[in-house]
Design a protein around this ligand. Structure first.
Ligand SMILES: NC(=O)c1ccc[n+]([C@@H]2O[C@H](COP(=O)([O-])OP(=O)(O)OC[C@H]3O[C@@H](n4cnc5c(N)ncnc54)[C@H](OP(=O)(O)O)[C@@H]3O)[C@@H](O)[C@H]2O)c1
Length: 208
């Protein structure tokens, strides 16, 4: 399975590194070819390749890891992604870390409207990039990654990838629940930047 990541920043690089470690084939795509090639080459193992955003449709799974305001530009370049699993990790952060979109829609639902032929799953927006750097042992409780989507096949794919990188997948219902996951992402950001918690703080559902 090939996974293409649009966006070669903190999250794109961290996901690429973990997915390659898990044995997946990963390509990184961003706007600047030379920069993306250099970033890909720096990822340990030397297996991550750089590709233009216009080529991500060749992958089985595409991860959208660009700043929220760049969503339409990036997806416009990527094309229709018909039948592909598209993982939207964006947090719609507005001024002063407010939620830029919500209540009656979500960033993920807007992504689904933009690329109606893809199967969109919201995931990874509630963990920080630093969490992707964790070196876990079997004794550690793995970070929980919440995901929400309408397509069972796509949800299973995403859950499988979350497990493959050593994290715990937690189903959070249909894509509409991105309206709840995205504010949770923003709360996590507040916990870190306004309330002094560390960059490895992760929300987790526990059943007692
Ligand atoms: N950082 C976190 O801890 C974290 C956690 C959860 C979710 N997120 C979400 O994940 C997304 C990425 O965050 P990040 O921290 O990785 O951001 P980042 O470090 O700023 O990286 C963003 C990447 O996207 C690329 N990009 C921007 N516009 C693009 C476009 N139109 N087409 C293709 N590539 C484009 C950038 O390339 P250039 O260098 O050319 O601009 C850069 O490689 C954001 O939506 C954020 O809300 C972040």
């Amino acid at each position: 399975m090939t996974i293409a990541i649009i966006g070669a920043g903190r999250m794109g690089q961290g996901l690429a590194r973990r997915l390659v470690e898990a044995g997946e084939t990963v390509v990184l795509a961003a706007r600047d070819k030379a920069k993306t090639t250099a970033v890909a080459a720096d990822i340990p193992g030397g297996k991550v390749k750089a590709a233009p955003v216009s080529a991500v449709g060749e992958a089985d799974v595409v991860i959208l890891a660009v700043p929220h305001p760049q969503t339409a530009n990036a997806l416009g370049e990527a094309g229709p992604l018909t039948g592909k699993v598209l993982i939207d990790i964006t947090n719609p952060v507005g001024p002063e870390r407010s939620l830029a979109i919500g209540l009656t829609t979500s960033a993920a639902e807007e992504v689904q409207k933009l690329i109606s032929q893809a199967r969109v799953v919201k995931a990874f927006n509630t963990i920080f990039a630093d969490v992707l750097d964790l070196h876990l042992t079997d004794a550690d409780t793995p970070p929980q990654v919440l995901y929400a989507g309408d397509h069972e096949f796509a949800n299973q794919r995403v859950a499988g990838l979350i497990s493959a990188i050593g994290f715990e997948p937690m189903a959070a219902g249909p894509l509409k629940n991105a309206r709840l996951l995205e504010p949770l992402g923003l709360l996590t950001i507040q916990m870190r930047y306004a309330l002094g918690h560390g960059s490895r703080t992760v929300p987790r559902f526990v059943e007692y």
